[in-house]
Design a protein around this ligand. Structure first.
Ligand SMILES: [Zn+2]
Ligand SMILES: [Zn+2]
Ligand SMILES: [Zn+2]
Length: 215
């Protein structure tokens, strides 16, 4: 899933039911309301119970508060690395835990549906392979310890901490704008991930989706 940043129109990857997202392009934090998740997840569950088969994918763009680009698939949770089905029966559903892939050993997180979501979507049970950024790190670089670079004007050494793209040279005073390749190394482009909402099927089948859409 990705949404379009309402401030600069760049794509922001969404890796779980988050209430805040950070735009790496314009550096703004975006608030995502409960209503957004309620509407989108009801839509997804509606399509799934109406006519989707295991493995079938809907690719769509939805316009609304955010323009959302997402793929909806009915699928038993699988390991993201080797595609083996995950054994999620054994995990503790009341608190965040990890499940280990029996094939490759990779750990995948299992997170109970947050209480704000349970209020509007009681059939949501838990999420698998999500990244929930509750505390958003502002522009935190992917590399720690700093990088050395020479000032293009005076060759003095610049220490780059990755937080700011414009670095002043303490020897000659020029402001050095970091090149694209270095900036991308410090702030890698995020890629899409597949994450899962595990729901109570019997309860979902009882929902009157038409009534929900009319609300
Ligand atoms: Zn933006
Ligand atoms: Zn695996
Ligand atoms: Zn300089």
């Amino acid at each position: 899933m990705s949404i379009t940043c309402p401030k600069c129109d760049s794509s922001i990857m969404i890796h779980g039911p988050v209430r805040k997202a950070h735009c790496n392009a314009c550096q703004n934090n975006i608030e995502i309301p409960v209503k957004y998740w309620k509407e989108n997840l009801y839509d997804a569950l509606g399509w799934i119970v109406e006519d989707m088969k295991e493995g079938e994918i809907y690719n769509l763009v939805q316009f609304g508060l955010f323009n959302t680009k997402w793929s909806v698939i009915e699928l038993t949770p699988r390991c993201n690395d080797c595609n083996k089905r995950l054994d999620i029966k054994k995990v503790d559903r009341d608190k965040e835990s990890k499940t280990k892939c029996t094939n490759c050993g990779k750990e995948t997180n299992v997170v109970p549906a947050p209480s704000w979501l349970k209020k509007v979507l009681p059939t949501a049970d838990y999420f698998v392979n999500v990244q929930m950024h509750d505390e958003l790190k502002d522009n935190e670089p992917a590399i720690s310890g700093g990088i050395a670079l020479n000032c293009p004007q005076c060759s003095g050494s610049l220490i780059i901490d990755g937080k700011d793209r414009l670095v002043p040279c303490k020897y000659c005073g020029v402001n050095v704008y970091l090149p694209d390749d270095l900036w991308l190394r410090l702030h890698p482009v995020e890629v899409k991930t597949r994450w899962y909402l595990v729901y109570d099927k019997e309860e979902v089948e009882k929902i009157n989706f038409d009534a929900n859409w009319e609300e």
